[in-house]
Structures are given as C-alpha cells and as structure tokens.
Design a protein around this ligand. Structure first.
Ligand SMILES: [Fe+2]
Length: 583
C-alpha cells in the first residue's frame, strides 16, 4: 500500500512516500526549485518520491494533505466576519486545496482518470504529532506540537500508544509560542522568515534582565491537570491583521507582516531595532529574556504533560521543537528521560506525518518503521557525479581530481580538515529537514578558534554571533558533553564539558554549549569513518559541521555542490569517492 503525503500551498512545501508502512523518500521542494522555504505545490518533490520507489501516480492508494479547513471552524468564521480580507484569503486557499487532485495530474503530466487514490485531510498539528510519535522508537510516549500557526492552532499535545494517538489538549489562535518568538525576533530587527534561529544564537550573549516583561507578554497558567498559556494580546498585532497574511503567493519564500504592537515596543524599552542598526547589549539581553521565557513556558508544559501521561518519553514537533537550547534542558528540568524530535520538525515534516497518520490512525496498521536517520532525499550515482565533474570545467585545470578507495579517501580528507582547510563533503542521499547531517555538509577543524570567523567570512556570510555545530562520534559524546543522550538530528544542545571547551572552541557557543549531532556507524557509516579517522590523526572525535550552502537551500545535486565549492572558494570537495583539491 502506497501513501503519498503532500504539504502544499504552505511554507516548506514537501512530499513523502510511505510504502507498506515504511518511509521510502521525503524531500522539500526548496531543494529542487532552489527557493528557501518554498511554499507552492511540491511537484518536483512528489515526482522524486515516486521515482525513488519506482512508482507512478496510478500506484498511489492514498494521498494525505496536512490541512483541514474544517478544524476549529467556529473560530475561523468569527475571524472571517471581523476581517473580510481574511475571509477572502481563506476562500482562495480552500479553492487551491480542493484542486489538489487536478494539480497533481497537471504538474506531473498524468491522466487524471488513472488516479485511483483516496484523498484525506489531516489536521495540521495532528500531522505534526504523527510525524514524531509514529516514527519514534517509543511504544508509549507523550507528544507535543508547538509552532506559529497551523489550522488555526499553535499547540497540541496528547498521548501515543502503539499505532494510536489521542489528543489531550490544544491552544488555538491567536495564542502561540511560535508567533511570540517571531514577533520579538522582528522587534530585534531580524525580519526574514526563519530568522528565529539567529535570535536563539544571540540569546547566549545576554542576560535575561527583561524576564518580567516577557512574563507579561506570555502568561502561563495551570490548574490541576489543566494547563496552557496566553499571549498578552495588547503586545501583538497578528490577531487584528489576520494570520493568513503570513504566506506569500506562489513559489516564493514566505513573508511575515509586522506582528508586534507599539505597546510591545514601549514595554521593551523603546523603538524596535532596524536591520542595519548595530546590535547593542540591550538587544542581547532582550534575546536572552525572550529565550528564557520560552523555556519557562515550554518546559512548564512538558512538566505538566509528563505528570498527566505518566510516561518517561516525549515526542516533539512543530517549529518550536527546533529550539535546541530548550530541548537540551528537558532532561534536567522535566521528568522525561527520553526525547525524540522529528528531523523536519517544521512544516516540511507534515508530509511524513500526514502519510503515517493515514497508515496508523486511519487504517489501523501496525508500527513497522523507526526513523533513526535522516537520509531520505535524492542521491546520485557515481557516474552522475563524474558527469557533473566533467561538465563543471574544473577538469580543465587548477584542480586535482582523484577517485580514491574508502580507506585512502578518509585518510586524506581527515588530513585536509586537520590542516585547517575547509571541506565540502557530499555523500549519498540528501538529509530530510533543515540540518546538514554529514551528507551535504561543510566540514572544518573544530580545534581552531579562528575557524568560525573564517567560515563566516569566506563561505557562509552570516552573522558572527551565530554558532556552528559539532558532529561527534556517538560513542564519545559523554566524554565531551555533559550528556550523552543521542542527538542524531542536531535538535538538542548540551553543555560541552568545561575541560574540553578549549579543545573544540570553534563549535562551542559563547555559553559553553554545542548543538551536537551524535553520529553512529549504523546511521551514517561514511561520516562516522571520516570522524573516526580525524580522531586517529588528532585525538579529537569531533568535526565542525555546517550546511553545504551559501545563503540558499542546501545543495541537492552534485552540480550545485560543485558550483557552491567554486563560488565559495572552499579548499577541497569530496563527492562520493572523488576528492577534488585546489592546486
Ligand atoms: Fe506547523
């Protein structure tokens, strides 16, 4: 049985294919159309998933779309009456969704008469919850989804048991931890969609001096088994301007409208920062306070959830679940002892969640799959890599090109990293989700404090305060970090052991933490072999890992890797077994 999940007409448009209960492929449209967070119809992603499985649309039994226009209909109607522009936008979106079967046939150039699939709508947050619990290793777990907004809710929690999940609570629009974070991110002068990461990085440089103000901006409440939060709405504008304004038309990066009010500016001590203005300590302290309040509410909800569900395991999804700093504190500040975060915790992951929701919750099928690695995207054969090298122009001179057996490849590549060079590392199938996890990565020496500045200046062109991440052999994590609980998808940040901090300064953040990826030989044998060889040569089982891109979606095809390598003037590039060096 083949189930196609499609996240369409929404940020992070994506597709996923589940065949007989097991994920076969999953990818975001941005990797093909090269538009970050692309929000259109994911035609290329769907096409890729079907090809990966050797199927056509005629073989698809179910199509799952993670959006249900009938969820929280009464609240939606209330806002539609208050805001006619919002009502028009809803109608436009609804008409697009009813046209998904036609869009499928048209974009894939397929006879609509041959599509036999049943179409399903899955509510947004139930798809998030399904994306994490149903692919987790847990038989019984608490679940929490928290994001900006989806199907008019921002937060949902429940209990997963076997192939069933039950919803225990929901927080509806306009109250939202994701929108809270986005609004303050805007206030601090970071206006682009997805800039919340930057502010999380900035928070480590400040002190939470404004926590009282933020406790007023987000109010947590609990009463027995009841709990939740509310926004101080005076500080926001999104409940007045309309939530759907956040999505731009067509295949473009989404755009956010202004979300904070004058009351927020006043409460936080004055005018908002303009993007070109310098960052002052006040901004760092505000970022720290924003993050501290998020942690209080997020961890407060998790403590309540642990008490209610009486389980030691929790599954997380939704954009807020990318807050690796908050996630890293779960073990110390809640009773949970096991944590699973879906690697595409944002809305890209909805495609996987919707598909598994159909398999388990609708069809009642048993659990047959655990997502223990993230390599579900496109991969390219050695001949395709060779053809890309030949057509790139580098074979004309100026570069050394060698095809090496694994052992020699690892030895020479590890030596290049240890020598302080910047390496593009391109292997196998692309990662699912926004993190590069050793298949589409730029790798560098973590021992060199200057490496952060070199990477920022030469390759990444990003703010100096943003941290880089470490990849560590999973079996060595406890020796270098204060926790060893697996973080295979870079969704947890732990303190680096104090005595190790000056040994890996480049990926250690200013507060002494690292957003680590724990690498096992099972999940990624080649990346594990590379780090093992680096350890043999240097004594350090860690490399610095950042995504293989330069202000664009992560490279997908070998041609894009070569292009980025040349453009960014990296020192060396490994594509499969090919080692390319500048002469
Ligand atoms: Fe979402």
């Amino acid at each position: 049985m083949n189930i196609l999940g499609i996240n369409a007409y929404h940020g992070n448009a994506s597709a996923a294919l589940v065949c007989d209960g097991k994920l076969v492929a999953a990818v975001e449209e941005e990797r093909f159309n090269r538009v970050k967070y692309a929000a259109g119809f994911p035609a290329a992603a769907i096409d890729y998933c079907l090809k990966e499985a050797g199927l056509t649309l005629a073989d698809v039994d179910h199509v799952a779309v993670p959006r249900n226009p009938y969820a929280r209909l009464a609240t939606k109607l209330l806002y539609a009456v208050r805001m006619p522009s919002f009502a028009r936008e809803r109608l436009r979106v609804l008409s697009k969704f009813t046209a998904i079967p036609a869009a499928l046939a048209q974009t894939l150039d397929f006879d609509p008469g041959k599509i036999k699939a049943t179409f399903h709508r899955v509510e947004h947050h139930q798809a998030h919850l399904a994306s994490t619990f149903f692919v987790s290793p847990f038989e019984h777990a608490a679940m929490l989804s928290a994001d900006g907004l989806g199907d008019f809710a921002s937060t949902m929690w429940g209990t997963g048991r076997g192939s069933r999940m039950e919803i225990d609570g929901v927080i509806a629009f306009p109250h939202s931890l994701g929108l809270y974070y986005s609004a303050v991110t805007q206030y601090l002068g970071f206006l682009k969609f997805g800039d919340e990461y930057k502010v999380m990085g900035l928070a480590a440089y400040g002190q939470p001096e404004h926590l009282d103000a933020f406790r007023d901006i987000v109010r947590f409440h609990e009463n027995g088994s009841e709990f939740g939060f509310r926004l101080g709405l005076d500080y926001f504008t999104h409940h007045r301007t309309g939530p759907e304004m956040t999505w731009a038309e067509s295949d473009k990066t989404p755009v956010l409208g202004k979300m904070f009010s004058e009351a927020m500016a006043k409460r936080l001590g004055g005018l908002s920062r303009q993007p070109e203005e310098p960052l002052e300590q006040r901004h760092r302290n505000l970022a720290a306070s924003l993050q501290a309040r998020l942690e209080e509410v997020y961890l407060g909800m998790l403590r309540k959830l642990a008490a209610i569900t009486q389980t030691k395991a929790v599954c997380l999804a939704g954009g807020v679940a990318f807050n690796c700093v908050a996630n890293g504190k779960i073990f110390d500040q809640t009773p949970f002892q096991e944590v699973y975060v879906h690697p595409a915790a944002g809305d890209g992951g909805l495609a996987v969640g919707a598909a598994f929701y159909i398999w388990h919750q609708v069809l009642g099928k048993p659990r047959l799959f655990v997502m223990d690695h993230a390599y579900w995207g496109p991969g390219y054969a050695s001949e395709e890599i060779r053809a890309a090298i030949d057509s790139s122009g580098i074979s004309k001179g100026g570069y050394g090109i060698a095809k090496l057996p694994d052992g020699e490849l690892m030895k020479r590549t590890a030596a290049i990293i240890a020598d302080g060079k910047i390496l593009g590392w391109y292997q196998g199938r692309a990662e699912w989700g926004p993190r590069a996890l050793g298949n589409r990565s730029i790798v560098a020496d973590p021992r060199r404090p200057e490496m952060k500045e070199i990477l920022n200046r030469r390759i990444k062109h990003r703010e100096i305060f943003r941290p880089f991440a470490p990849s560590i052999l999973a079996e060595k994590a406890g020796e270098w970090f204060e926790r060893s609980y697996p973080s295979p998808f870079m969704t947890l940040a732990y303190p680096v052991r104090p005595e190790k901090r000056d040994k890996i300064p480049a990926p250690t953040h200013v507060d002494g933490t690292g957003r680590l990826q724990t690498v096992t030989a099972e999940a990624n044998p080649r990346y594990h072999a590379l780090i093992s060889e680096f350890e043999r040569q240097t004594g350090v089982p860690v490399v610095l890992n950042t995504s293989f891109n330069d202000n664009e979606p992560i490279v997908c095809r070998p041609e894009e890797a070569l292009d980025c390598f040349l453009r960014a003037q990296m020192d060396a590039l490994v594509l499969g077994n090919y080692l390319i060096t500048r002469l």
